[in-house]
Write a protein that binds this ligand. Structure first.
Ligand SMILES: [Zn+2]
Ligand SMILES: [Zn+2]
Length: 138
């Protein structure tokens, strides 16, 4: 069984890994420049963000970028620079959703087709290719 919600396993083990509340407070808003906090830009918003909130508050680790992109789309209706989602869109009803990975996008398309007998278009990121998911025939 594959799971999506496993915690990231790339943290080094050891005493240094313990994140004390004091460290959080000290780091708040003033990351040292060598902290390696990733940044992300959005040309539509004309802004740049550090992903420190995602890393510290949400504890999403190496999925910080993905979390930011999903949140950004949720609140603004578009994705930040460099993030291109998979899009599943039903041809027969308003159902549709964007995903940052193929597996959930494909799953959405297939289950929608299966339950509604609608035909769903699955658009790959950075490609003009659209895959058509047909409902299973009897
Ligand atoms: Zn934006
Ligand atoms: Zn539909």
């Amino acid at each position: 069984m594959e799971r999506d919600d496993d915690p990231p396993e790339n943290s080094p083990a050891g005493e240094d890994d313990k994140q004390l509340p004091e460290a959080f407070e000290a780091a708040e808003g003033t990351y040292p420049p060598d902290s390696g906090v990733p940044t992300i830009t959005c040309s539509r918003c004309d802004r740049e963000w550090e992903l420190s909130y995602e890393l510290d508050e949400l504890q999403v680790g190496n999925r910080a970028l993905e979390q930011f992109a999903m949140d950004h789309n949720h609140h603004t209706g578009h994705y930040p620079d460099g993030v291109t989602p998979w899009t599943a869109a039903c041809r027969q009803c308003p159902a549709g959703e964007s995903f940052l990975a193929e597996r959930p996008a494909r799953r959405f398309a297939k289950t929608h087709a299966r339950h509604t007998t609608h035909t769903v278009d699955l658009q790959q990121p950075e490609s003009d290719e659209t895959e058509t998911i047909q409902p299973p025939s009897e």
